[in-house]
Structure formats: structure tokens, C-alpha cells
Ligand binder design. Structure first.
Ligand code: FES
Length: 109
């Protein structure tokens, strides 16, 4: 399975070129310290890397086959939950940052 990550961080053209070449940016020391990190990419997927476990709602583990994966955020991938790059073809648009205010602590699930 080939995952085409799209780790575009607004303004980070070097990271974009590396991602398009199939080489997502390297993990930082902070990523290693946190165990895993999730990066939301503008108009693209969620890039998850580090020490994580991917599961279905019933707890079944999904083997990602690697320690960096791009998870589909547009809903159009043919290989969900992974991104296959279809977000580009369908013109998926979403900001990388938060689009709504953070919930108050008494509103959080
Ligand atoms: S986010 Fe890439 S295919 Fe959905």
C-alpha cells in the first residue's frame, strides 16, 4: 500500500516538496518526547507519526505498516482511514488551524 501523505503546513514549501516526493518531514525531538503527534494539513489529511495505535471503534487494531501515516480528512479516500491523495482531485478545502473557538471545559465531552 502506498500512502501519499500531504503534509503541507501553510508556508512550508520545503515540507510540501518533501511530502510530494514521498518523504514527510522528519520527526522533531518534541514529537519523540510526546510519543505521537498529529499535524492537521491545510486542504489535506491528518499526519500522525510516532508511537501510536490505530483502532476501529470496536477496538480492532489497524496495522498502519509504518510509524507515519496520513489519515483521510476529506472522506473521499478509497483506502480509508488512510489518505490516498483524492482530496486534491475533489478540491477539499479546510484550514489547518482551529476554525471554531475551543469548547469550554464544561462543554467538552
Ligand atoms: S484527506 Fe486525502 S484523500 Fe481524504
Amino acid at each position: 500500500m502506498i500512502l501519499r501523505a500531504n503534509p503541507i503546513r501553510s508556508g512550508d514549501r520545503a515540507a510540501f516538496r518533501r511530502a510530494e516526493a514521498g518523504h514527510p518531514p522528519p520527526m522533531t525531538a518534541s514529537d519523540h518526547e510526546q510519543g505521537a503527534s498529529v499535524v492537521v494539513y491545510e486542504n489535506g489529511p491528518l499526519l500522525v507519526r510516532g508511537d501510536f495505535t490505530l483502532r476501529t471503534p470496536d477496538g480492532t487494531e489497524i496495522d498502519p505498516g509504518r510509524d507515519t501515516v496520513a489519515l483521510c480528512r476529506c472522506g473521499k479516500s478509497a483506502i480509508k482511514p488512510f489518505c490516498d491523495g483524492t482530496h486534491k482531485a475533489v478540491g477539499f478545502r479546510a484550514a489547518a488551524g482551529r476554525q471554531t473557538p475551543a469548547p469550554r471545559s464544561d462543554e467538552a465531552a
